[in-house]
Design a protein around this ligand. Structure first.
Ligand code: SF4
Length: 121
Protein backbone atom coordinates (compact mmCIF):
# COMPACT_ATOMS: atom_id res chain seq x y z
CA UNK A 1 0.00 0.00 0.00
CA UNK A 2 1.40 3.39 -0.98
CA UNK A 3 1.30 6.38 1.34
CA UNK A 4 -1.31 9.00 0.62
CA UNK A 5 0.38 12.21 -0.55
CA UNK A 6 0.18 15.17 1.80
CA UNK A 7 -2.67 17.48 0.90
CA UNK A 8 -0.38 20.49 0.58
CA UNK A 9 1.61 18.78 -2.19
CA UNK A 10 -1.29 18.80 -4.64
CA UNK A 11 -1.92 21.78 -6.88
CA UNK A 12 -4.13 24.17 -4.89
CA UNK A 13 -6.80 24.24 -7.57
CA UNK A 14 -7.31 20.47 -7.30
CA UNK A 15 -8.28 20.59 -3.63
CA UNK A 16 -11.84 20.64 -2.43
CA UNK A 17 -12.78 23.57 -0.23
CA UNK A 18 -12.87 21.20 2.72
CA UNK A 19 -9.28 20.14 2.00
CA UNK A 20 -8.18 23.75 1.65
CA UNK A 21 -9.80 24.58 4.97
CA UNK A 22 -8.00 21.66 6.62
CA UNK A 23 -4.66 22.78 5.19
CA UNK A 24 -5.17 26.33 6.39
CA UNK A 25 -5.90 25.01 9.88
CA UNK A 26 -3.12 22.42 9.97
CA UNK A 27 -0.73 24.55 11.97
CA UNK A 28 1.35 25.64 8.97
CA UNK A 29 -0.26 29.04 8.46
CA UNK A 30 2.19 31.73 9.51
CA UNK A 31 -0.64 34.03 10.58
CA UNK A 32 -2.03 31.60 13.13
CA UNK A 33 0.20 32.65 16.00
CA UNK A 34 1.96 35.64 14.51
CA UNK A 35 1.11 38.07 17.27
CA UNK A 36 0.23 40.74 14.73
CA UNK A 37 -2.65 43.04 15.53
CA UNK A 38 -5.68 41.67 13.61
CA UNK A 39 -6.07 45.08 11.99
CA UNK A 40 -2.75 44.55 10.21
CA UNK A 41 -4.62 42.05 8.03
CA UNK A 42 -7.30 44.52 6.98
CA UNK A 43 -5.82 47.56 5.22
CA UNK A 44 -8.24 50.46 4.93
CA UNK A 45 -7.20 51.85 1.57
CA UNK A 46 -8.77 50.62 -1.67
CA UNK A 47 -5.62 51.67 -3.52
CA UNK A 48 -3.29 48.71 -4.03
CA UNK A 49 -0.03 50.48 -3.17
CA UNK A 50 -1.41 52.10 -0.06
CA UNK A 51 -3.17 48.95 1.05
CA UNK A 52 0.03 46.94 0.64
CA UNK A 53 1.93 49.52 2.67
CA UNK A 54 -0.72 49.42 5.41
CA UNK A 55 -0.57 45.62 5.50
CA UNK A 56 3.18 45.28 4.98
CA UNK A 57 3.79 43.25 8.15
CA UNK A 58 1.03 40.80 7.30
CA UNK A 59 2.15 40.48 3.68
CA UNK A 60 5.70 39.78 4.83
CA UNK A 61 4.41 36.78 6.77
CA UNK A 62 2.45 35.56 3.77
CA UNK A 63 5.50 35.59 1.54
CA UNK A 64 7.16 32.95 3.74
CA UNK A 65 4.00 31.00 4.47
CA UNK A 66 4.09 27.39 3.26
CA UNK A 67 0.36 27.35 2.55
CA UNK A 68 0.22 30.63 0.66
CA UNK A 69 -1.10 29.12 -2.56
CA UNK A 70 -3.84 27.20 -0.78
CA UNK A 71 -4.76 30.37 1.10
CA UNK A 72 -5.14 32.39 -2.07
CA UNK A 73 -7.10 29.60 -3.74
CA UNK A 74 -9.49 29.45 -0.79
CA UNK A 75 -9.95 33.23 -0.71
CA UNK A 76 -10.80 33.39 -4.40
CA UNK A 77 -13.39 30.66 -3.97
CA UNK A 78 -14.81 32.56 -1.02
CA UNK A 79 -14.90 35.88 -2.84
CA UNK A 80 -18.43 36.71 -1.72
CA UNK A 81 -17.64 35.71 1.85
CA UNK A 82 -14.54 36.00 3.99
CA UNK A 83 -12.25 35.94 0.98
CA UNK A 84 -13.47 39.29 -0.25
CA UNK A 85 -11.73 41.30 2.44
CA UNK A 86 -8.32 41.55 4.08
CA UNK A 87 -5.02 39.92 3.15
CA UNK A 88 -5.07 36.37 1.80
CA UNK A 89 -2.09 34.68 0.22
CA UNK A 90 -0.13 37.91 0.44
CA UNK A 91 -2.56 39.82 -1.76
CA UNK A 92 -4.87 42.62 -0.72
CA UNK A 93 -8.50 42.63 -1.85
CA UNK A 94 -7.93 44.97 -4.80
CA UNK A 95 -5.22 42.66 -6.14
CA UNK A 96 -7.45 39.62 -5.80
CA UNK A 97 -10.22 41.49 -7.58
CA UNK A 98 -7.81 42.21 -10.44
CA UNK A 99 -6.79 38.57 -10.88
CA UNK A 100 -10.17 36.96 -10.27
CA UNK A 101 -11.25 36.89 -13.90
CA UNK A 102 -8.03 35.19 -14.98
CA UNK A 103 -8.35 32.75 -12.10
CA UNK A 104 -11.94 31.97 -13.10
CA UNK A 105 -10.56 31.33 -16.58
CA UNK A 106 -8.29 28.61 -15.24
CA UNK A 107 -5.07 30.37 -14.24
CA UNK A 108 -3.31 28.80 -11.25
CA UNK A 109 -3.01 31.01 -8.18
CA UNK A 110 0.76 30.59 -8.15
CA UNK A 111 0.90 32.55 -11.42
CA UNK A 112 -0.08 35.66 -9.48
CA UNK A 113 2.67 35.64 -6.89
CA UNK A 114 4.90 37.63 -9.25
CA UNK A 115 3.94 41.28 -8.82
CA UNK A 116 3.78 41.99 -12.55
CA UNK A 117 1.03 39.39 -13.04
CA UNK A 118 -1.32 40.98 -10.54
CA UNK A 119 -1.86 44.27 -12.34
CA UNK A 120 -3.49 42.71 -15.40
CA UNK A 121 -7.22 41.97 -15.18
S1 SF4 B 1 -0.72 33.15 3.20
FE1 SF4 B 1 -0.88 34.73 4.78
S2 SF4 B 1 -3.05 34.87 5.32
FE2 SF4 B 1 -2.72 32.95 4.20
S3 SF4 B 1 -2.40 31.36 5.75
FE3 SF4 B 1 -0.38 32.13 5.16
S4 SF4 B 1 0.12 33.79 6.56
FE4 SF4 B 1 -2.09 33.38 6.73
Amino acid sequence: MTAKPALARKMPGTHSERELWRILHSGQARCADSGLDPEEWFPLSADVSRARAQAASAIALCTICPVRAECLEFALRQWFGAGGDGVWGGLVAAERRAIRRQWLGGAAVTEFFAEGRRSAS
